[in-house]
Ligand binder design. Structure first.
Ligand SMILES: [Zn+2]
Ligand SMILES: [Zn+2]
Length: 346
C-alpha cells in the first residue's frame, strides 16, 4: 500500500528525517507509522541512516514512489566508503556515533542548526559528520542537544510535526550559541572536507590528494594529536578521552582547531608540531598511513622499542599465568612484578 502523502526528499536530507517528516504529514508518531508500513524491518532500534538494508530501501521507494537511487542518496552509505576505511566497534570514521540503545540515543551524534530547522523542519546528512560543526548557511555553531535539558536530539521521539525536545518538550529553535574564536580555522577545515566529499579530491600543501586518502590521513592525525597531547593546550575539551566520533560538538571544535593548525602550512606546521611534541614513526606504525602523510612520517625519528617489548612480554606472561594457573602461579606472578618494578627503577 502506497502512502497517502508522499513528500519529496529535501536537498541533502537524512533518511531518518524524511521518515519522521512523512509520519508527521500523516499525523502519526514516527515509530507507529514505521511499524504499520514496514512491520518486517527494525528501524528505530538502529542507526538507520548508516545501516538501512537494500530490501528496506526497496520497500521505502515503493511506498514513497521514489527511485531507489533517490532513497539511497538519503543514507550515509554513499559517504561511508569515502570518509571511513574502518568500522571500529561499529563506528565509522568521521560519522558521529548515536549510541542507539533500544529506541533512544545516548550520544549527541545528530547536530542541528536552529535557524535552518525553523525554516525547513528537516535534518541534513552533513549534520552527522564529525568535521562539521558550523552551519554552512548561517555560520553559527551547530547544536547537538536540547538547549534546555541537554538531551540528545531524537527526531522520531518528538511529537509529530513539532520541533520540540522529546524529553522536556521545550522548543529546539530560537536560541543561538555564540561563535567561538577558534571557529574560523575550523570552518575552513570543514569547507575543505566538504569540498573533498563533493569532488573526491582535496588539497594538502598544494598537492592534490584523493578524498579517501585525505580523510584517512586526517583521522590518523586527529588520533595522534588527541593521544599525544597536542590538544591539551586547548584545555579539558580535547582531553576528554573519547574518539572524535563520540565527542560533543564543543569538544570537537577544539580538537578540529588543533587539527586545522596542523594542516595550516603543510608540511612545515606538521614538522614543527612533531618536533615540539617529540612525535616518532612508532606513533603512526599501527595505522595504514596514506602516502601524503607517510612522506612526512618517514622523516620522524624511529622511536624506542625496548621498553614497549619488555612491557608487552611481561603482560603476555601475566596473562598466560592468569589463564592457565599452574602450581605456585601467584608466587611466580609476584616475582615477575617485583623484577619489572626493579627494572623500571634503574
Ligand atoms: Zn543554518
Ligand atoms: Zn529538552
Amino acid at each position: 500500500m502506497r502512502w497517502g502523502f508522499r513528500p519529496e526528499p529535501l536537498d541533502g536530507e537524512l533518511l531518518s528525517s524524511y521518515l519522521v517528516r512523512s509520519a508527521g504529514l500523516h499525523g502519526v508518531p514516527a515509530d507507529r507509522f514505521c511499524v504499520f508500513h514496514f512491520p518486517e524491518f527494525r528501524i528505530w532500534t538502529r542507526d538507520i541512516d548508516r545501516s538501512a538494508t537494500t530490501p528496506f530501501l526497496d520497500a521505502l521507494s515503493a511506498k514513497a514512489e521514489l527511485s531507489l537511487e533517490c532513497v539511497e542518496r538519503m543514507t550515509l552509505r554513499d559517504w561511508e566508503p569515502l570518509v571511513s576505511n574502518r568500522a571500529h566497534r561499529g563506528m565509522a570514521s568521521w560519522i558521529n556515533a548515536l549510541g542507539v540503545y533500544h529506541r533512544v540515543r545516548l550520544r549527541h551524534g545528530l547536530q542541528y542548526c536552529p535557524m535552518c530547522i525553523a525554516g525547513v523542519p528537516a535534518y541534513k546528512k552533513t549534520w552527522r559528520l564529525s568535521f562539521v560543526t558550523t552551519c554552512e548557511i548561517h555560520g553559527c555553531v551547530l547544536f547537538d542537544a536540547c538547549p534546555c535539558c541537554d538531551a540528545p536530539i531524537i527526531p522520531h521521539r518528538q511529537l509529530a510535526g513539532a520541533l520540540r525536545c522529546h524529553n522536556c518538550h521545550r522548543s529546539l529553535i530560537g536560541t543561538l550559541l555564540p561563535i567561538p574564536e577558534q571557529s574560523l580555522p575550523v570552518t575552513a577545515l570543514q569547507n575543505e572536507c566538504l569540498h573533498a566529499l563533493g569532488t573526491g579530491f582535496a588539497d594538502v600543501g598544494g598537492a592534490r590528494v584523493r578524498a579517501g586518502a585525505y580523510f584517512r590521513g586526517l583521522r590518523i592525525l586527529a588520533s595522534v594529536s588527541l593521544e599525544r597531547g597536542c590538544g591539551k593546550s586547548q584545555g579539558d575539551a580535547v582531553s576528554c578521552g573519547l574518539p572524535m566520533e563520540c565527542m560533543r560538538t564543543a569538544n570537537r571544535v577544539a580538537a578540529l582547531c588543533a587539527l586545522a593548525s596542523l594542516l595550516a602550512a603543510w608540511p612545515k606546521s606538521f614538522r614543527h608540531r612533531a618536533a615540539d611534541w617529540c612525535w616518532t614513526q612508532r606513533m603512526f606504525c599501527r595505522r595504514s598511513v596514506p602516502a601524503w602523510l607517510y612522506r612526512e612520517v618517514r622523516r620522524l625519528p624511529r622511536g624506542r622499542v625496548r621498553r614497549t617489548r619488555a612491557r608487552q612480554s611481561l603482560r603476555a606472561k601475566l596473562t598466560s599465568l592468569g589463564r592457565w594457573k599452574p602450581e605456585g602461579w601467584r608466587g611466580t606472578r609476584a616475582v615477575l612484578l617485583v623484577c619489572a618494578a626493579q627494572e623500571c627503577r634503574r
